[in-house]
Design a binder for this molecule. Sequence first.
Ligand code: C5P
Length: 222
Amino acid sequence: VSGLIVAMDGPSGSGKSSASRGVARALGLRYLDTGAMYRALTWWMLQLEVDLGDPAAIAARAGEPMLEMNTDPDFPGVTLDGTRVDGPIRYPEVTRAVSAVSAVPEVRRRLVALQRELIEAALKEGGIVVEGRDIGTVVAPQAPVKVYLTASEEARATRRSAELAGTTVAAQRVELARRDTLDSTRKADPLAMAADAVELDTTALTLDEVVAEVLRLVKERA
Ligand code: C5P
C-alpha cells in the first residue's frame, strides 16, 4: 500500500487538532481524531448511567453503539448509532469522565481496531493524519512521520479556556493536569512519546508555524 500516515500525539491542549487538520488539508489527506472516539463512547456511557468507577461495567458495554467517523478534514464528525454527537462529546462532563473510560483495555481494543481499519481505508486514498495519545506507539507504529506536540501548561490552559465558555485559565490548568496524569499513568497504552517521534514545542508558535514545521518533517521523512 502506498500512502502516508502522519501520527500526531501529545497531551491535552497541545494544539493537536488544529494542527492535524491543517496538515491534512495542506496535503489532501484524511484526518482522524481518535480522542473524539473515546469521547463518543464516554458520552454514550454517561447517557446509559454506566458506573464509570467500575471498569468491568465499562468493559461490558464497550462494544455496543455503532461508531462511525467522518475523516474529511473539512467536515470531521462522529456518529453513534446513526446520530451525530460532535457537540455533546465536547461537554465538560464528558471531558471529566473520558480518562476513566479510555483506561479500560476492552475500550481500547475496540477503538484501536477501528482506528486501524480507518487508516487502512485512507491509505488507499493517499493517506491520513491521525491525532491522539498512542498513535505513534500503538495504533500506527509504522508511521514514517511521528510528531509529539507539547506546550507549556500555561499555554495549554489558556488555549482551552479560550475555546470553552464559562471557565478560567486556573480551572483549566487543574483539569488538564488531572487528565494528563491519568492518561500518562494508565496501564493500557499510556500517553507516551515514541522513540522515533520528533518533539515539537508549540508554546511560542502560531498555528501556521506548527503546520509548516510538520509539513517540513513530512518532506524530510516521508
Ligand atoms: O484529544 P482529546 O482531548 O479529545 O482526548 C480525550 C481523551 O481521550 C484523552 O484525555 C484520553 O483519555 C483519551 N484518548 C486516548 N487515546 C487516544 C486519544 C484520546 O486515550 N489515542
